[in-house]
Design a protein around this ligand. Structure first.
Ligand code: NDP
Length: 491
């Protein structure tokens, strides 16, 4: 059985195990589809536990030699990989746009560039790494890192290569070998990463890629007794299954999960200068960024002015063909996901909300879009109770709800009134007020007067049901290594 390429002239997506591209053991396949057109892009290996077993055995075998390389050698590899990916930036952007339906301009600016900078950043972390030492009681302590061993990396569809490389780079830097599984909806760029490593003659077995469905491949990775750590990014309900499987095995576990983030405009927020940022925070990647602000809390004194300006800007967003350079919002990830988002829009109406702009694809159709394209206009709801399901459950689409508050205390109560705690932003002319406010929001990240401003050295992760643990900078290095404290006293 040979896998077929799809209509876009793409290669079939195989597994990459022990330095070889292979079909799944069962020979089964699935299709990855362009969500903007409904057309198949490529046939993909549909794997199961047997493929995970082969990948894990390859990773375990490679572990001995890879963990014995020096940090300097691994840093050099990360730079080499960054250079090779950078040379393919345009291909990465195109594949990501085809696979996800996101605008090509966004895929270039965010996905392609960050996939390269993840490798460069962790290379520089390796260059600067110094082991902390402590001395007391006539003894010196120092911290020695060893790799976890073989780690499982499981990633979602919204930022496919960006999020995969965010895990692959620190895992390699710390001397681990990898079994990775991308979302079955967006396997193209993980395959491109495997092709790139293959071209570079990267040591075989160090990076292994197994494609397929979550319950068939992801679950087998999480369950595998020889995989010592799991770094998972995805939805909270899947994260709960991952935790239930991995925690009793005492695996190292990092969970980056869902969010329902608040964008909070205090009464002194300078509306004119921040409006473009508020729109960006709401609808980047069709709202399919875990950090997007999907609940906008506005002080009642500026509500009318905010609504007028915000609605005007949102209705003017150019939604359409992701390959058109002028497009600002493409499709959502799939027709199934569009159905889910539309069900929330219908629910929002049932819960008493008013749609200020947008609506379902029937209520607010887009002319000239393919019938099988998963397009939606950006949708803004007003008048929904802050406790409504629409305002508290993660929709992960182009839908925001706007609410008013009368005092800072009320805004904080509203911001914290969800099960999630991933990110949030506060907008104010008074920086001191911003500091105070930020410290009271139950969240892994709070931005003041900015959004998605990422310094890769900072801790990244959520509280409550948004996750467990932190990645980023030294927190990634800590996750992907075991720390031994060595205490030495002169004889
Ligand atoms: P899912 O939770 O559905 O899937 C995430 C990954 O887990 C996919 O590769 C999926 O495979 C896999 N998976 C599914 N079931 C299992 C299982 N039983 N065991 C192991 N792995 C499994 O998330 P989505 O792909 O739908 O991504 C969207 C979600 O990701 C949103 O909730 C979003 O908030 C969150 N996210 C969080 C981020 C953060 O940093 N906190 C960043 C980006 C997104 P398959 O696709 O084949 O089912």
């Amino acid at each position: 059985m040979a896998l077929r390429s799809g209509g876009a002239g793409l290669n079939p997506v195989l597994n990459y195990i022990d330095g070889q591209f292979v079909e799944s053991h069962s020979g089964k396949t699935l299709l990855t589809v362009n969500p903007a057109t409904g057309e198949p892009l490529a046939e993909v290996a549909r794997s199961n536990g047997e493929d995970v077993e082969a990948a894990t055995q390859a990773a375990l075998t490679a572990s001995a030699s890879w963990s014995a390389t020096t940090l300097e050698q691994r840093v050099k590899w990360l730079h080499t990989i960054a250079d090779a990916l950078e040379a393919k930036s345009e291909t990465i952007a195109r594949l990501e746009s085809l696979d996800t339906g996101k605008p090509i301009s966004l895929a270039r600016r965010v996905d392609a560039s960050r996939s390269v900078s993840n490798f460069r950043f962790f290379a520089s972390m390796g260059e600067d790494d110094t082991s902390p030492t402590f001395s007391d009681h006539g003894a010196i302590n120092y911290v020695h890192r060893t790799p976890v061993g073989c780690v499982g990396l499981i990633t979602p569809w919204n930022l496919p290569l960006y999020l995969l490389t965010w895990k692959v780079a620190p895992a390699l830097l710390m001397g681990n070998t990898i079994v990775a599984k991308p979302s079955e909806l967006t396997p193209l760029t993980a395959h491109l990463l495997a092709e790139t490593l293959h071209e570079l003659e990267f040591p075989k077995g160090v990076f292994n890629l197994v494609n397929g469905y979550g319950p068939e491949v992801g679950q087998a990775i999480v369950e595998h007794p020889s995989i010592g750590g799991i770094s998972f990014t995805g939805g909270t309900s899947t994260g709960r299954i991952v935790a239930a499987t991995a925690a009793p095995m005492f695996k190292k576990l990092s969970l980056e999960l869902g969010g329902k983030n608040a964008t909070i405009l205090l009464d002194d927020a300078p509306l004119d200068s921040i409006m473009d940022e508020i729109v960006r925070a709401s609808f980047t990647n069709s709202g399919q960024v875990c950090l997007c602000g999907s609940r906008i809390l506005v002080h009642e004194s500026i509500y009318e002015a905010f609504i007028d300006a915000f609605t005007a800007k949102v209705s003017a967003l150019k939604v359409g063909d992701p390959m058109n350079e002028a497009t600002q919002m493409g499709s959502v990830i799939s027709m199934d996901h569009r159905d889910k988002v539309e069900a929330y829009i219908t629910l929002g109406l049932e819960e008493g909300g008013n749609i200020l702009t947008g609506g379902t694809s029937t209520q607010a159709p887009l002319a000239d879009m393919p019938e099988q394209g998963a397009f939606l206009r950006p949708t803004v709801f007003a008048n929904l109770p802050i406790s409504s399901r629409t305002a508290t459950e993660e929709i992960f689409g182009p839908v925001v709800t706007v609410h008013t508050f009368a005092s800072d205390e009320e805004a904080i109560t509203m911001a914290n009134a969800t099960d999630y705690g991933l990110a949030g932003s506060v907008w104010t002319a008074d920086i001191q007020r911003g500091h105070t406010f930020a410290r009271n929001v139950e969240s892994g990240i709070v931005w003041v007067n900015t959004w998605l401003n990422r310094d890769l050295r900072t801790p990244f992760g959520g509280v409550k049901q948004s996750g467990v643990g932190r990645e980023g900078g030294r927190w990634s290095m800590d996750f992907f290594s075991e720390l031994t404290n060595i205490c030495i006293r002169q004889p």
